[in-house]
Design a protein around this ligand. Structure first.
Ligand SMILES: [Zn+2]
Length: 105
């Protein structure tokens, strides 16, 4: 991942963090910002990118079609598809975040 892309991904994540009031998309509990830990420990309550479309069905670089969820909740969901009502909620969030993101550019 290039530096520019990782910077924009970080920016996008912080927009989502604000839109989600710092809460996990799945369980609604508080998340911690991504720490990019170097000690090798996994931050289970850390915010991670939760893709709306499972990896197997994804094409290209659509990391912006995503919301934030705890690492532990993301791992629990694994590659299962989101229930339809969650997809609707996630798409609404992602589209709002993308609007804010593109207005800042
Ligand atoms: Zn969670």
């Amino acid at each position: 991942m290039g530096k520019r892309r990782s910077e924009s991904k970080k920016r996008y994540m912080s927009i989502l963090m604000a839109l989600q009031y710092g809460k996990c998309f799945h369980c609604g509990e508080r998340m911690f910002p991504c720490q990019h830990r170097t000690d090798g420990r996994t931050g289970l309550l850390e915010a991670t990118i939760e893709h709306i479309v499972p990896k197997a069905k994804r094409r290209g670089l659509d990391w912006k079609l995503a919301v934030l969820a705890h690492r532990k909740c993301n791992v629990e969901r694994s590659d299962k598809p989101l229930p339809r009502r969650d997809v609707t909620r996630a798409r609404a969030l992602a589209s709002e975040a993308q609007t804010i993101y593109s207005e800042e550019m």
